[in-house]
Design a protein around this ligand. Structure first.
Ligand code: G
Ligand code: G
Ligand code: MN
Ligand code: NA
Length: 250
């Protein structure tokens, strides 16, 4: 489709932009970092959601160069933040295939000067589902550089637990669907509690996603979740607003 042609030049045309959603540590309610979320300011269609163009970018292979741009841009922006703040970047399976990712990652760190432990890579279970060997090796290389690796959308795949054995993640991001249903389902609370315990025993931290109310935030704190992210705490925002949040909060 014509959107594919547009997508090919979007980054070069300056139509791509990173938004940033804050993540908070629950013990002190301080910002621990931001997740970078891609936005496409299309010249005629307006703001196109990544849900609509990431699959297209994956199918066409354009995700590889787009992903490289995202990584470099996120690292560059994060160097302007205080040292304790991290930036998290979402990766598609295709970016980790073959052996091209290592040099891309090192390049992004070198060009920006960002300390490796301030970068976090978010991968979903689908990443480990495909081309396991390449992908596991790429993630190990990232870890050996000091980059953090998180399992995104935990609980939504078919065999989440086996992936925890296959790769030593630093963090589990508990999927929004579980977090949201904690408000009315005791079973969901039990599931989230179990995931938090599991993560603790594996020396992983936990980020609850999709926190939309104060009630959920308190509940998560009570059951030992370490971090939280969601509309109640802050929506994805342009970098100017993220900087305002960082530099004007006490
Ligand atoms: O930001 P949203 O609010 O709409 O994101 C929708 C989906 O797109 C999510 O699954 C998110 O992980 C994914 N996404 C957002 N930014 C990126 C990106 O830079 N790279 C990849 N691969 N996925 C992204
Ligand atoms: O797949 P991933 O978890 O990376 O995607 C994050 C997606 O969730 C983005 O589309 C982001 O805009 C969205 N998101 C973040 N916080 C909330 C929230 O509190 N509620 C809802 N409905 N979506 C959220
Ligand atoms: Mn994510
Ligand atoms: Na997620």
């Amino acid at each position: 489709r014509e959107l594919i042609l547009d997508l090919r030049n979007a980054a070069a045309n300056g139509e791509m932009e990173l938004y940033f959603q804050p993540q908070y540590t629950l013990s002190d309610y301080q910002i621990s970092g931001f997740e970078a979320l891609l936005r496409w300011n299309h010249p005629t269609r307006g703001l196109v959601s990544p849900g609509d163009f990431i699959p297209l970018a994956e199918d066409t292979g354009l995700i590889v160069q787009l992903g490289e741009w995202v990584l470099e841009e996120a690292c560059r922006i994060a160097t302007g933040w205080p040292d304790h703040l991290r930036v998290a970047v979402n990766l598609s399976p295709r970016q980790l295939r073959g052996n091209a990712f290592g040099p891309v990652l090192i390049g992004a760190l070198m060009k920006s000067g960002l300390k490796a432990d301030r970068l976090e890579l978010e991968v979903t279970e689908s990443v480990l589902l495909t081309d396991t060997e390449d992908v596991v090796e790429a993630l190990h290389q990232a870890k050996s550089l000091g980059v953090k690796v998180s399992m995104d959308d935990f609980g939504t795949g078919y065999s989440s637990l086996s992936y925890l054995r296959r790769f030593p993640f630093d963090k589990i991001k508990i999927d929004q669907s579980f977090v949201r249903s904690m408000a009315y389902s005791d079973d969901s609370i039990s599931i989230v509690k179990a995931v938090i315990e599991l993560a603790k025993n594996l020396n992983m931290t936990t980020t609850a996603e999709g926190v939309e109310t104060r009630q959920l935030l308190d509940m998560l704190n009570d059951i030992g979740c370490t971090d939280a992210q969601g509309y109640y705490l802050g929506r994805p925002m342009p970098v100017s607003q993220a900087n305002e949040l960082i530099f004007t909060c006490p």
